[in-house]
Design a protein around this ligand. Structure first.
Ligand code: Q46
Ligand code: ZN
Ligand code: ZN
Length: 314
């Protein structure tokens, strides 16, 4: 197996690009994909302060590494979700990366700082853990960006993630979500811009980036992920990709190129009409109390829920 660029020994094959790369040229390929995503969707402007959502997994650490490498003013924010050993190890990986690079890592520990954790919030509300978890992440990243004066929140969603979400939204013809599924959402209602610079890279590619850059990342799967329907969509798309390399990229990038604009008229109005200020935290909401504050209130009143041991990623 030879590198497409230099003909030296290749370490990775990328069937969708019909190419193999040596370490140096794989890293160059990865950087190009990220620069292209940032430029195509005007994700980050010169001088912007970026807050990176750092879970400690391969995607978020690869993203932070790439943004720092490109000279962006990128700080990290890590949330301690309270998911047992899985969370502890994730926090260790996030801290080790920040120490290594001399980068700024902000941290919020849900249990110590906010009086609840994800497993308890799930039990208290009777909703899937990912629902309480996603809500907490969105709220706390918005809040930290506002309080810290950041212009942009960057997340490590990759091509596999976005293709799986698109697949789900298409299966149910959720046209409003389809209209919103863009990798750069403008700032609104006091919330920072949200961007996903890794949308042109698969999770295999972000893992390879971390290995080649010697980044220690959390390899365990979240023990609460079982039952998340996006995992099923990923499996289906991986089967299609194995038979026909390039399917995932054609599906998602083709959607951005040729289809997403057709769903814009299905997006509910973005005007401030109906929005008020949460009576607990002050953020914009359609109810008296925002969804996050309501969940926190119920979770705080619930007995803490323990977590079972994590499963290793296949
Ligand atoms: S951490 Fe949270 Fe994920 Fe675990 S509970 Fe679900 S959303 S699976 S990225
Ligand atoms: Zn090469
Ligand atoms: Zn609130």
């Amino acid at each position: 197996m030879k590198c497409r660029v230099c003909r030296g020994p290749a370490v990775i094959d990328l069937p969708r690009h019909n190419a193999n790369f040596c370490p140096e040229h794989f890293l160059a390929f990865t950087r190009r994909q990220v620069v292209r995503a940032i430029e195509d969707f005007e994700m980050i402007a010169p001088g912007d302060r970026v807050l990176v959502a750092v879970s400690g997994g391969k995607d978020s650490l690869a993203l932070w590494d790439l943004l720092l490498e490109h000279g962006y003013a990128a700080d990290g924010l890590h949330l301690g979700l309270g998911i047992g050993d899985y969370s502890d190890q994730s926090t260790r990986c996030a801290r080790a990366f920040a120490d290594d690079r001399g980068a700024t890592l902000l941290e919020i520990d849900l249990r110590a700082d906010r009086g609840f954790d994800v497993p308890t919030a799930a039990a208290a509300t009777g909703r899937p853990p990912c629902s309480a978890c996603g809500l907490s992440k969105r709220h706390l990243f918005d809040e930290a960006a506002r309080d810290g004066g950041y212009d942009v929140v960057a997340t490590g969603h990759n091509l596999d993630d976005e293709a799986a979400v698109l697949f789900g939204n298409t299966l149910t013809w959720n046209t409003e979500y389809l209209g919103r599924q863009v990798p750069a959402l403008p700032a609104r209602h006091g919330f920072a811009r949200k961007v996903k610079p890794l949308v042109r890279l698969t999770e295999r590619e972000t893992a390879a980036w971390c290995v080649l850059r010697r980044i220690d990342y959390q390899v365990e799967e979240c023990p609460l992920a079982a039952g998340n329907r996006h995992l099923g969509y990923k499996e289906v798309l991986n089967t299609l990709e194995a038979r026909s390399p390039g399917t995932k990229a054609a599906f998602y990038l083709g959607f951005l190129d040729r289809a997403v604009a057709r769903f814009r008229s299905d997006i509910a109005s973005d005007s401030d009409g109906g929005l008020q200020t949460c009576n607990r935290c002050g953020s914009a909401t359609t109810n008296e109390t925002c969804a996050f504050c309501s969940v926190v209130e119920r979770a705080r009143a619930h007995q803490p829920v323990p977590v079972s041991a994590p499963r290793r990623r296949r």
